[in-house]
Design a protein around this ligand. Structure first.
Ligand SMILES: Nc1ncnc2c1ncn2[C@@H]1O[C@H](COP(=O)(O)OP(=O)(O)OP(=O)(O)O)[C@@H](O)[C@H]1O
Ligand SMILES: [Mg+2]
Length: 342
């Protein structure tokens, strides 16, 4: 496959659009530039041209505010819009994998095959079953079209596209060299979960509960406006003893409902791959900054959870150090996209 030129990774979150530009990605990656911009409400993933134009405008603004110049961009498709399936093909030879994937894909993808853009990644080999392992990724063509339109409206060249989970998996692997881990991305509207085995992504799912649900719960309970509730969330989070434990008792059931889905995902993965579940958990997204979250996840799941740092192993100029210290883990998807080399 052709190598990609230096480019900007662009991640359209429902809360903010994030962009990261790196150079020397193959040898010694260095941060060239980064930026973020609040996302206009209700426009992400919309098929309306109006909404796509608004996202194009937001991206233009991000470019001008952060003086970003490189017009080559790689974008991520939101996790909830793509289908990923982990497959094994007993007895299939390497040169037969492509045909086997196309033949089998129909039964795994819930929409007509002619309406999706399909790709797959080979991720190793199951020795016991003599079976190549493959991650099948299928994106509805109309979703891919949305991102092509946004790039056009922003006057940028979309040179590649991939899913958020593949991107974040790359970022985490390059940052930590950890081969087996669970990656959580706590965004505004959803929590995406990926499981890495031997350094490759083998499972992903999008849980439709995000950090905004926590803000909303505080608003409802205390009759606060959004800003005040957001402030309480960010200041107190899951700290157990604040305000007689009242914030904790509002937030913990919501976080618990995310944990239930995470446990389900892990069980599914264990059954499917016959592998031991990883105990290392890396928390990404600005939702990961919730005070007490890493401790909570560690305790309830009996694992070792920590806030991820996608910038390890990337050279960063001191002028970016502040922003990276504050919100570094929200750029993980964009870093992973910027690190994509083929
Ligand atoms: N310090 C903080 N503590 C807790 N939550 C925070 C903090 N800072 C931001 N958040 C929350 O993080 C969320 C935004 O995270 P992020 O920017 O990763 O989301 P996004 O990628 O835009 O959304 P999504 O991935 O759901 O589309 C918001 O709900 C915001 O309230
Ligand atoms: Mg996100």
């Amino acid at each position: 496959m052709a190598k990609l030129p230096d480019h900007v990774g662009v991640d359209f979150g429902t809360y903010s659009v994030k962009a990261v530009e790196l150079k020397n990605i193959a040898s010694s990656p260095q941060l060239v530039n980064l930026g973020s911009q609040l996302t206009p409400k209700g426009v992400v993933n919309s098929e309306e041209k109006q909404d796509q134009k608004k996202l194009g405008e937001a991206l233009k603004l991000l470019y001008s505010n952060s003086r970003m110049k490189n017009s080559n961009v790689v974008m991520a498709l939101p996790e909830f819009s793509v289908f990923t399936r982990f497959l094994e093909f007993p007895g299939v030879k390497p040169e037969e994998i492509k045909g086997a994937v196309h033949h089998e894909a129909k039964q795994y993808i819930p929409i007509p095959i002619q309406d999706v853009q399909m790709s797959y990644i080979t991720i190793g080999f199951n020795e016991q079953k003599n079976a190549p392992r493959v991650l099948l990724v299928a994106a509805p063509k109309k979703i891919v079209q949305i991102y092509m339109n946004i790039a056009k409206y922003a006057n940028l060249d979309l040179i590649a596209i991939e899913t958020e989970s593949v991107a974040i998996g790359r970022a985490m692997y390059r940052a930590t060299r950890r081969k087996n881990c669970v990656v959580l991305d706590l965004g505004a509207k959803s929590t995406d979960m990926s499981i890495m085995l031997d350094g490759a992504l083998v499972f992903s799912q999008s849980i439709s509960i995000g950090s905004d649900s926590l803000t909303q719960a505080i608003m409802n309970k205390f009759n606060f406006d959004y800003n005040r509730a957001e402030q309480f969330k960010r200041n107190y989070g899951l700290a157990p003893n604040i305000l007689e434990g009242r914030i904790y008792s509002i937030l913990s059931p919501i976080v618990e409902s995310i944990m239930i889905e995470v446990r389900r995902g892990v069980e599914f993965y264990k059954n499917k791959t016959m592998s031991i579940a990883p105990v290392e958990y890396l928390l990404n997204g600005d939702g990961a900054l919730l005070p007490g979250l890493a401790e909570y996840v560690s305790k309830t799941l009996g694992v070792n959870a920590q806030i991820a740092n996608p910038w390890l192993n990337i050279r960063v100029d001191s002028k970016f150090k502040d922003i990276i210290l504050k919100t570094g883990a929200s750029f993980s998807v964009a870093v992973g996209l910027a690190l994509k080399d083929e």
